[in-house]
Design a protein around this ligand. Structure first.
Ligand code: HEM
Ligand SMILES: *[C@@H]1O[C@H](CO)[C@@H](O)[C@H](O)[C@H]1NC(C)=O
Ligand SMILES: *[C@@H]1O[C@H](CO)[C@@H](O)[C@H](O)[C@H]1NC(C)=O
Ligand SMILES: *[C@@H]1O[C@H](CO)[C@@H](O)[C@H](O)[C@H]1NC(C)=O
Ligand SMILES: *[C@@H]1O[C@H](CO)[C@@H](O)[C@H](O)[C@H]1NC(C)=O
Ligand SMILES: *[C@@H]1O[C@H](CO)[C@@H](O)[C@H](O)[C@H]1NC(C)=O
Ligand SMILES: *[C@@H]1O[C@H](CO)[C@@H](O)[C@H](O)[C@H]1NC(C)=O
Ligand SMILES: *[C@@H]1O[C@H](CO)[C@@H](O)[C@H](O)[C@H]1NC(C)=O
Ligand SMILES: *[C@@H]1O[C@H](CO)[C@@H](O)[C@H](O)[C@H]1NC(C)=O
Ligand SMILES: *[C@@H]1O[C@H](CO)[C@@H](O)[C@H](O)[C@H]1NC(C)=O
Ligand SMILES: *[C@@H]1O[C@H](CO)[C@@H](O)[C@H](O)[C@H]1NC(C)=O
Length: 323
């Protein structure tokens, strides 16, 4: 009765049931069952990142996509089967390289502690450790105790992952439906300080913004001319450009400088300037110390969306298939 009331309150407040389970994550969930789990993951991740500097961006985005679809339950890692097309196949090039590496890191953990550490925790920790690699210190705390889901559907990825074409109102609704607010939206968009976007995710801004072969007036014209030299047509899905060109591999708060110069790559980036309240948050995040503090807190909230805990779900042996 009491837990039903709690769930009801959570549904009213957050709009989703899963958000209410966030409290069951723990610091050091594997202390007793696999004391070296976090160190093994950190070592394995850092070794891979040292030879592939694109991995931090890939893992960070993968973790975001995992959490926004069915909660952070590693559903994004599952392969399609004969009867089911998985989330993975909805997302062109979320990157094969990234998935393989997560599978390998999990295999290393499995050698030491079989059937103990979830793939959802491996992904959450690897994303943090990859991004933190150059800083010699973890950039945000990752609580653990997530369990793995058994379902992954392409339709749910399409329905839950925000579009780069979205305006401010839509983005806020999309984040609210996950129990996150406007502040989280602006802070987490700062993840676009690393990594790349493919031309087809933004080239309508260059060539056909309102359907009259026009350009997005909110995009810096000089930057638009440059982007046109990179992206020759609307359908180019192979060329990619850095989202934060001044510091593409550096995890910092320069994204907000870029956005303020009207050089945010996607409409969803530019949208952060469309609202007075969010503009103010963008300004605040120009302070680097503030950005790191806020990003750390928002990542914790994102990492607790719709959790599978307790006896639900499973601890997958291999991240790409259910047990
Ligand atoms: C606000 C809603 C968001 C939208 C509409 C959005 C959209 C996109 C798009 C279209 C790409 C480019 C994909 C490609 O062309 O390869 C991208 C890349 C990326 N996104 Fe987001 N994103 C959002 C939020 C986030 C969040 C919350 C994070 C993490 C905190 C994140 C982290 C990343 C990273 C790191 C990349 C680069 C991936 C790589 O280089 O492989 N994004 N995003
Ligand atoms: C694991 O150990 C850390 C560090 O001693 C401690 O802060 C944390 O509460 C412990 N967690 C559990 C679940 O025992
Ligand atoms: C991680 O790597 C360091 C340095 O190579 C090593 O000393 C440590 O034992 C490793 N830890 C684990 C748990 O693999
Ligand atoms: C796929 O669906 C068919 C027909 O419903 C069923 O016979 C088969 O066992 C399913 N295969 C898997 C891998 O679930
Ligand atoms: C790119 O576009 C081509 C042609 O439309 C399509 O066949 C291909 O699957 C697309 N690739 C990706 C990664 O979206
Ligand atoms: C985002 O919000 C809009 C407006 O409520 C909704 O139509 C759309 O389906 C949502 N998209 C995602 C990916 O959540
Ligand atoms: C934002 O986009 C939605 C969905 O495309 C649209 O219905 C709405 O009118 C747009 N809002 C603004 C302020 O442009
Ligand atoms: C530009 O958009 C309009 C309206 O959506 C469409 O009819 C036209 O075919 C597009 N142009 C190109 C080159 O795709
Ligand atoms: C668009 O540009 C890409 C990359 O330059 C090229 O491979 C493709 O053939 C072009 N498509 C069209 C329709 O011009
Ligand atoms: C997708 O990723 C693969 C492997 O990293 C790469 O070879 C391919 O060119 C990428 N395709 C696109 C459309 O970006
Ligand atoms: C999942 O798919 C990838 C890419 O196709 C493949 O390399 C991997 O072996 C698959 N995983 C399993 C357990 O079959």
């Amino acid at each position: 009765m009491r837990s039903q009331a709690l769930i009801l309150v959570c549904m009213v407040v957050f709009g989703v049931v899963g958000t209410c389970h966030g409290g069951s994550l723990k610091k050091g969930f594997y202390n007793n069952t696999c004391p070296n789990a976090e160190a093994i993951i950190k070592n394995a991740t850092e070794k891979r990142v040292a030879s592939d500097p694109t991995l931090p961006a890939r893992f960070l985005r993968m973790h975001f996509h995992d959490c926004f679809v069915r909660g952070c339950d590693a559903s994004v890692l599952l392969n399609s089967t004969t009867n089911n097309t998985a989330e993975k196949d909805a997302i062109p090039n979320l990157t094969l390289a990234g998935f393989d590496v997560i599978d390998d890191i999990k295999a290393e953990v499995e050698k030491k502690c079989p059937n103990v550490v979830s793939c959802a925790d491996v992904l959450a920790l690897a994303a943090r450790d990859a991004v933190s690699f150059k800083f010699q210190t973890p950039l945000w705390e990752v609580l653990t105790g997530r369990r793995d889901g058994r379902i992954s559907r392409i339709s749910e990825a399409l329905a839950n992952i925000p579009s780069p074409l979205s305006n401010f109102t839509t983005l806020v609704r999309n984040f609210t439906s996950k129990g996150l607010n406007v502040h989280d939206l602006v802070v987490l968009s700062g993840g676009h300080t690393i990594g790349v976007g493919h031309c087809n995710t933004f080239s309508s801004r260059l060539y056909n913004f309102t359907g009259r072969s026009d350009q997005d007036p909110s995009l810096n014209p000089t930057y638009a001319s440059f982007l046109k030299t990179q992206c020759g047509n609307l359908s180019d899905n192979t060329t990619f450009v850095p989202m934060d060109p001044a510091s593409a591999l550096k995890f910092d708060n320069n994204y907000y400088v870029t956005v303020k110069q009207n050089k945010g790559l996607f409409q969803s980036d530019a949208a952060l300037l469309a609202n007075k309240g969010s503009r103010k948050i963008v300004d605040e995040l120009l302070d680097s110390k503030k950005f790191f503090t806020e990003f750390a807190q928002a990542m914790k909230r994102m990492g607790a969306i719709g959790l599978v805990t307790g006896n639900e779900g499973e601890i997958r042996k291999k991240c790409s298939v259910v047990n």
